[in-house]
Design a protein around this ligand. Structure first.
Ligand SMILES: Cc1ncc(C[n+]2csc(CCOP(=O)(O)OP(=O)(O)O)c2C)c(N)n1
Length: 945
């Protein structure tokens, strides 16, 4: 018996290496191993010792050579497993040759075919070795598995369990025929359906943009397979997001959007009479539309919901959104405590472009969410719709990784590259992906490598930029044609049957088209009726005794819990805040916590995320206490006996784009939950600008979305420089139109309390996104603190008049209108008491602009001479340019309107705190005294307009 016959695979390799070492130097292995090797044939130790001479007998030398060959064969097998994908024929056009790798050849390991044939198959190990006559045969089988039309790229997966599972699944062929049969006729029928739809559109609407799927037709059967297996495994909701490429085909065939509707959209009738443009409705192009279907097909074992959210042009922006939607759908939040996430319930599928996947940073940000506790959805299946082109750009100009999918390797996501012209390989890839996802609840990536039959859109000439590729494309048979030929050859279908699959579909499409009545067949989404005024009626006050009891409970910690020493003083103070209903004892963070607690008591679940939100950027929140000895967390809002819904809070990863996108998706999917995202500083929100522009503010007008996400954006000029001052209020105001958003810059804890409660109360009736400019240093400022009575009575005030000035209204000559922190600077200024002629009125809600209330205020000051808008932001920022025309209309020439604030600038603020202080002083001075002229150095502007 060969001594190595008892070892296989990695073990064999290891033992052979050890034996080789032993032969060179017996003392290099331990005593026990030495003794074991001594019993082998050849039995004598290596030549370096006295016993070594024995090796020079011919039989012993041959054995040593075989050992070396065994190691080499083992290494060859491992190379194929690791690098075989480099030799796989992935490009259906054959334009890009596989780059291959020397280590895939026997010669690179000093092997010949003859040597391999002499070695036992067990050296290769695994299913490929089973039944193989020798190592050569086993290696050839491996080559077939790893270097054909599928490239299995999973050796970057670090967890042995997962890697072993993948290797076994791939090498055993358990997901491909004959082990797992494919109904060839059905599959051919499906690709015929996919292709015929595109051919019909191409013929009927020549040159019209549709972003044809052709070249990647297998995407639809791949989705079929994934959805089928997911449903079989108990998934109840499949969510798919994708860009333009192939979207109409997927909408028609996976989401079952009626052909009639799509064809009607191609006719593009003027629908203005039926569209509610009066509600701000604008609509969007057809390849951005979303859909939802509940399917209970013969081919599906159970009822499954399949949905696809609308998608903007901005590639990959939808990724985090879908992720958030999946999380919301998987989460049950109806019971107090932490919510429960059932990762088996929902499956998210993201279809990416091969240029967009490596190019858009949002992809990396989204992948980074995949294993985080607050974001995990039990694995997303990614499909790269890889047509080997990005518009006109070649892969070598698109990414620095070896494959378009390279980024996924860093996240330990297994990757299957598959040639989209091999239907069986594609189906195997789909089965593998969903099986792995179900088994490990982790992401999987299918890199579906095809081509693009036409230009980027159908009016584009691709031969301008890829002349050689398009010569090949012109002569290249479609996957349907190739597969039909293969099935005819194997006798599985007849030529006539294959042709009939196309003809019958074409005839059906023609019939549908003949009956299309564009005006009737397009179903315009019915936009939400604009808010009903419920906001003004919301009853947000909470009785004192309830608040007091909640506060006491929030201050309780579990038996034996060690609160950090430095937090104790604040907690002690907090325990006494209800001592007097008229003490200004409630600061911002307390108001927030009480508001959230009462919202939970009302039965509304809450999710709060953002960078460092658990403690709070400014160390003010402490929504999660950590035991100062054990580090164990305690979340008071999850331990509240009055709560009737779950509370979820997570420190987010350092991302704005993906995190805001995720929260928006979560919010859209479960609009009855209060979802809040807090920026570290408001400035950073522009990292998420695409989500704001494309979804948050315009989603209603384009797609009838009704988001109600809350953005908490620390904002205010405190001398911290250009990047910790401004949340760019002006950008939100600029995007405000019709009824798409509420924008607030409030100044007291009680206002914030009522605002949050109002938002929660309006979720069912009047949902709108809420953008709040929140304080930083003012979090602890006495001016912003409120009394318990203010929480127990009243409501959110859109405008706060100047109570003191009101008492002497006849003295007031100047009305200062302002919003947010600058109001505090004005009220707390030394100059305030000497200037009873100036009334300071706070515009707490900027959008919808409280025109009615400002008119009321003006009426209350009979001797008014002028109105000033005062702000701390430069003139081209903040609220001024938004409020100016509105105020001019309100004032109607009766009073002059004056602007006081920093002059126009490209930077939000000064870079030095003393310069800031000088300017801030000048603003306050000018607000109280019109005679003070602007100082050149300070760049503060006061002007009459
Ligand atoms: C963020 C963003 N930048 C630029 C574009 C313009 N654009 C539209 S499609 C496209 C090429 C996309 O290539 P790929 O991701 O490979 O998808 P394909 O169109 O080839 O399917 C580009 C650059 C866009 N839509 N989104």
């Amino acid at each position: 018996m060969n001594p190595w016959d008892q070892f296989t695979g990695a073990n064999a390799g290891y033992v052979y290496e050890l034996f080789e070492r032993y032969q060179r130097d017996p003392s290099s292995v331990d005593e026990a191993t030495r003794r074991a090797f001594a019993t082998w044939t050849p039995a004598d130790p290596a030549p370096a010792t006295a016993e070594a001479a024995a090796l020079h007998t011919p039989g012993q030398a041959a054995a040593a050579n075989d050992l070396r060959a065994g190691i080499a064969a083992f290494n060859l097998a491992e190379s194929i497993r690791r690098f075989g994908h480099l030799a796989a024929r992935l490009d259906p056009l054959g334009f890009h040759d596989p780059i291959g790798d020397p280590s895939l050849q026997p010669q690179a390991h000093g092997l010949t075919t003859e040597t391999l044939k002499r070695l036992p198959a067990s050296i290769v190990s695994g299913p490929a070795a089973t039944g193989a006559a020798n190592a050569f045969e086993a290696i050839e089988r491996l080559r077939q598995i790893y270097c054909s039309t599928t490239g299995h790229d999973y050796n970057h997966v670090f967890v042995p369990d997962e890697r072993v599972w993948l290797r076994q699944a791939v090498e055993s062929g358990q997901f491909r025929p004959p082990n797992d049969p494919i109904n060839g006729r059905e599959l051919l029928d499906r690709v015929s359906e996919v292709e015929t739809f595109e051919r019909f559109l191409h013929r009927t609407f020549p040159g019209k943009t549709r972003f044809s799927i052709e070249g990647l037709d297998m995407m639809v059967p791949v989705l079929d397979e994934i959805i089928h297996d997911a449903a079989e495994n108990g998934v109840q909701h499949v969510m798919i997001a994708m860009a333009h490429r192939g979207r109409l085909n997927v909408l028609a065939h996976i989401l079952q959007k009626p052909y009639k509707e799509i064809l009607a959209e191609f006719k593009d009738p003027v629908l203005s009479k039926r569209l509610r443009v009066d509600l701000g409705w604008m609509g969007d192009v057809k390849y951005h539309a979303g859909a939802r279907v509940e399917r209970q097909h013969d081919d599906l074992p159970k009822q499954v919901i399949i949905s696809m959210p609308p998608n903007p042009s901005h590639l990959e922006a939808v990724d985090p959104l879908l992720n958030g939607m999946a999380r919301a759908a998987a989460t049950t939040a109806s019971a107090p405590g932490a919510p429960i996430v059932d990762k088996g319930k929902v499956l998210a599928i993201l279809i990416h472009g091969d240029a967009a996947f490596p190019g858009q940073g949002i992809v990396a940000e989204t992948l980074n969410l995949s294993r985080l506790d607050g974001y995990d959805v039990g694995g997303i299946i990614h499909v790269i719709a890889n047509n080997q082109l990005g518009f006109t750009t070649d892969p070598e100009d698109s990414f620095s990784t070896s494959y378009a999918s390279g980024l996924a390797r860093g996240f330990k996501i297994p990757i299957t590259h598959v040639n989209a012209d091999d239907p069986v390989a594609c189906i195997e890839a789909a089965r593998l992906a969903i099986a792995y996802r179900q088994r490990f609840k982790l992401d999987y990536l299918i890199d579906l490598v095809g081509y693009r039959k036409y230009g980027h859109n159908e009016g584009d000439e691709p031969a301008f930029t890829q002349p050689q590729v398009y010569q090949i494309v012109a002569a290249h048979p479609s996957v349907r044609e190739q597969y039909a030929a293969a099935l005819v050859e194997s006798g599985e279908v007849t030529r006539d049957a294959a042709d009939a699959m196309v003809q019958s579909r074409m005839a059906a499409l023609e019939q549908v088209y003949a009956s299309v009545q564009p005006e009737q067949d397009i179903v315009p989404p019915v936009p939400e009726v604009p808010p009903s005024g419920a906001a003004h009626k919301a009853r947000t006050a909470v009785p004192l005794d309830a608040l007091e009891a909640i506060n006491a409970e929030l201050m309780r910690v579990p038996e034996g819990f060690n609160v950090h020493r430095k937090l104790e003083r604040g907690r002690e103070r907090r325990k006494g805040i209800f001592a007097s209903p008229t003490d200004r004892s409630i600061d911002w963070a307390t108001a927030e916590e009480l508001a959230l607690a009462t919202v939970l008591a009302d039965g509304v679940p809450i999710r709060l995320t953002g960078e460092d939100v658990e403690r709070g950027t400014f160390s003010h929140r402490h929504a999660v206490y950590k035991d100062s000895v054990s580090g164990e967390p305690h979340v008071p809002l999850q331990a509240l006996s009055r709560a009737r819904a779950a509370f979820e809070i997570h420190n987010s990863p350092l991302s704005e784009y993906a995190c805001v996108g995720f929260e928006l998706g979560y919010n859209l999917q479960e609009p009855s939950r209060l979802v809040l995202w807090e920026a570290q500083y408001g400035d950073f929100i522009n990292g998420a600008q695409i989500i704001l522009d494309e979804y948050l503010t315009s989603g209603r007008a384009k797609w009838g979305m009704a988001p109600s996400l809350v953005l908490l954006l620390p904002h205010g000029y405190e001398g911290q420089g250009p990047d910790h001052s401004s949340a760019r209020l002006e950008r939100f105001l600029n995007a405000a139109a019709d009824t798409n958003i509420r924008i607030v810059n409030c100044t007291t804890a009680a206002q914030y309390f009522h605002l949050l409660r109002r938002q929660a109360l309006l979720l069912g009736t009047d949902p709108l996104p809420l953008v709040v400019m929140t304080p930083k240093s003012l979090l602890r400022h006495p001016f912003t603190a409120s009394t318990p009575a203010e929480l127990a009575t009243g409501k959110f005030m859109r405008v706060i008049d100047d109570v003191e000035a009101q008492a002497q209204a006849a003295k007031v000559r100047r009305l200062v209108l302002c919003s947010g922190k600058v109001a505090v600077d004005l009220f707390t200024s030394e100059r305030r008491k000497d200037n009873p002629n100036v009334a300071i009125v706070r515009v707490e809600q900027l959008y919808p602009f409280p025109e009615d209330l400002i008119r009321d205020v003006l009426d209350r000051y009979p001797k008014l001479r002028e109105v000033c808008w005062v702000q701390e932001e430069p003139e081209n920022m903040g609220a001024w340019e938004f409020t100016r025309p509105l105020l001019e209309t309100i004032l109607d020439g009766r009073w002059p309107l004056r602007y006081i604030g920093r002059s126009r600038n490209s930077s939000p603020s000064e870079g030095s705190s003393s310069w800031h202080a000088a300017n801030q002083r000048a603003i306050v001075d000018q607000a109280f005294d019109a005679k003070i002229e602007p100082r050149e150095l300070d760049r503060v502007l006061s002007k009459q307009v």
